[in-house]
Structure formats: C-alpha cells, structure tokens
Design a protein around this ligand. Structure first.
Ligand code: NAD
Length: 251
C-alpha cells in the first residue's frame, strides 16, 4: 500500500461519486484530505466524518471551481490552515447530454469553466507550492472521451480533450521540479452523473455491450489508481493518460 502520511491532498467535487472514493482512499493511505464541494455541505461532511474515523485529518471547503475567485479563496483557506497542497486531484466535472444544435452559450461556458478552466486554475495555484517543496502530484480525472467522441456530449468531450493537452503542457513545464502531472481517464463508472441514463435497462445493456470487460466499473476502480499515482512509487510516471475503462476506448 502506498504511504501518503505527511501529505496534504485536495480533491475537488469530493462530496460524492468518484471524488468521494478518491478522498477516502487517499486518507486510507495516510494523507490529510481537503474535501471540496460546491453545493452539498451535508455530503461533504459525511466524507469528512468517514475520513476522521480512519484517524486522518479532513477539512471541507466550499468553492465553485468554475469561478477563479472562489478557487483563490479555497487555496487561501487551505494554505492558511494546513500549508501548501501536495496532491491535487481535479475531479469536479459536469456533463450535459444534448445534440449540438441545443447547446447554448451558457451551457457551453458552464461545462468548459467547470471541467477545464477550473482544473487549470486549481493546478496553477497548487503547482507553485509544489515547486517550492520540490514534490507534488497533479492528477486530473478526465474521461475516455478525452480521446474518443461520445456522439451525445460534444462540449464535455471538448473539455476533456482540453484536459489532455493541459496535462501534457503542465507535465512538460513542471516535471523537473519533482512534480508529476497525469490524467486518469475513466470509462463508464456507476455514479450520480449517469444514474438516470443507466436506470433504463435497455440503455445499460447497450453501454455494457460496448465494454470489452463486460461490466460497468465502480468509483474504487478509479481511486486505487489515483492513490498509486500520488505515491513515491509512481515518481517516474508523468504526462501519461491511464485509461480505466474495461477496454471501452479500444472500440
Ligand atoms: P458526480 O456527478 O457524482 O460527481 C461530480 C462532482 O463534481 C460532484 O460532487 C459535484 O458536486 C462536483 N462539482 C460539479 N460542479 C462543480 C463545481 N463547479 N465546483 C465544485 N464541484 C463541482 O460524477 P462522477 O462520476 O463522480 O464524476 C467525477 C469525475 O469523473 C468528473 O470529472 C467526470 O467527468 C469524470 N468521469 C466520470 C465518469 C463516469 O462514468 N461516472 C466517466 C468518465 C469521467
């Protein structure tokens, strides 16, 4: 098991789903964890309680990552309390299933600002502290759709595709400072983001038929990889995309 004792991790959008699983597994490995949430304080508080019961420190911080001013306030709050962030997990994300003709400017901005702009400005803030320490990890939760299109979620794929080059640029600029920057790219994982569509058995069967492994993954399939990438054992992995998709991206 990787040892993350002494490290401070920030996971954005960590009140539920993949982010909550990541927050918990980072804590199991010994990290102190900041649980960012945008709206549901109650969910974030549940994750905080679960981490504290493991004997690790946990803090909840409200911030809408689509707003740079809120990102800055969040980092000021974290740094004031615990010092610089060692491990940043850019997990917060939204998805809208709409045909291209129905995408409004407002929807476009909402998706891009949350998924891409938010991840960039969180990384920008975290990287300077990491550089001073000579150690750091930036792990973006992108998607298999950073590589393959969806056919129903154009702006989402655009945002995740942008994350791919963002990650590669950051890795190129910062890897010399003991920092690694990587993307973890999930395929279909059972969470609230797809609960509604997967509740239709016919749609669920269609999704499963496209996955070579033959099943839909769970948040823990993603979180274990994030813990590994956050560890010293993964020091030589940077600029990489790790697909966690049961082979979905092979199609
Ligand atoms: P989810 O909807 O359960 O979690 C998303 C989290 O992000 C929520 O806690 C939400 O409150 C938070 N969030 C949304 N907008 C925010 C904002 N502006 N500021 C702060 N937090 C915000 O879904 P999930 O499946 O756990 O998604 C986590 C990440 O994994 C997302 O980036 C998503 O794109 C990615 N992903 C998920 C799947 C999947 O099949 N579930 C597949 C590929 C990628």
């Amino acid at each position: 098991m990787p040892d993350l004792h002494g490290k401070t991790a920030l996971v954005t959008g960590a009140g539920r789903g993949i982010g909550a699983a990541i927050a918990l597994d980072l804590a199991r490995a010994g990290a102190d964890v900041v649980i960012n949430y945008s709206r549901s304080q109650a969910q974030a508080a549940e994750v905080q309680k679960a981490i504290q019961s493991l004997g690790q420190r946990a803090m909840t911080v409200q911030a809408d990552v689509s707003q740079k001013t809120q990102i800055d306030r969040m980092f000021d709050q974290i740094e004031g309390a615990w010092g610089p962030v060692d491990i940043l997990v850019n997990n917060a994300g939204i998805e809208f299933r709409k045909p291209v003709r129905e995408i409004t400017e407002e929807l476009y901005d909402q998706v891009m600002d949350t998924n891409l702009k938010g991840a960039f400005f969180c990384a920008q803030r975290a990287l300077e502290g990491m550089k001073q320490k000579g150690w750091g990890r930036v792990i973006n939760i992108s998607s298999v759709h950073e590589i393959t299109p969806t056919g129903f979620c154009c702006v989402y794929s655009m945002s995740k595709g942008g994350m791919r080059l963002m990650m590669r640029e950051l890795a190129l600029e910062y890897s010399r400072f003991g920092i690694t920057v990587n993307n973890v790219a999930p395929g279909a994982i059972r969470t609230d983001i797809n609960r509604e569509v997967l509740s239709d058995p016919a749609y669920e069967a269609k999704v499963i038929s496209k996955i070579p492994a033959g099943f839909i993954g769970m948040p823990e399939d993603v979180s274990k990889m994030v813990v590994f990438l956050a560890s010293d054992e993964a020091r030589y992995i940077t600029g990489a995309v790790i697909l966690i998709d049961g082979g979905l991206g092979l199609r």
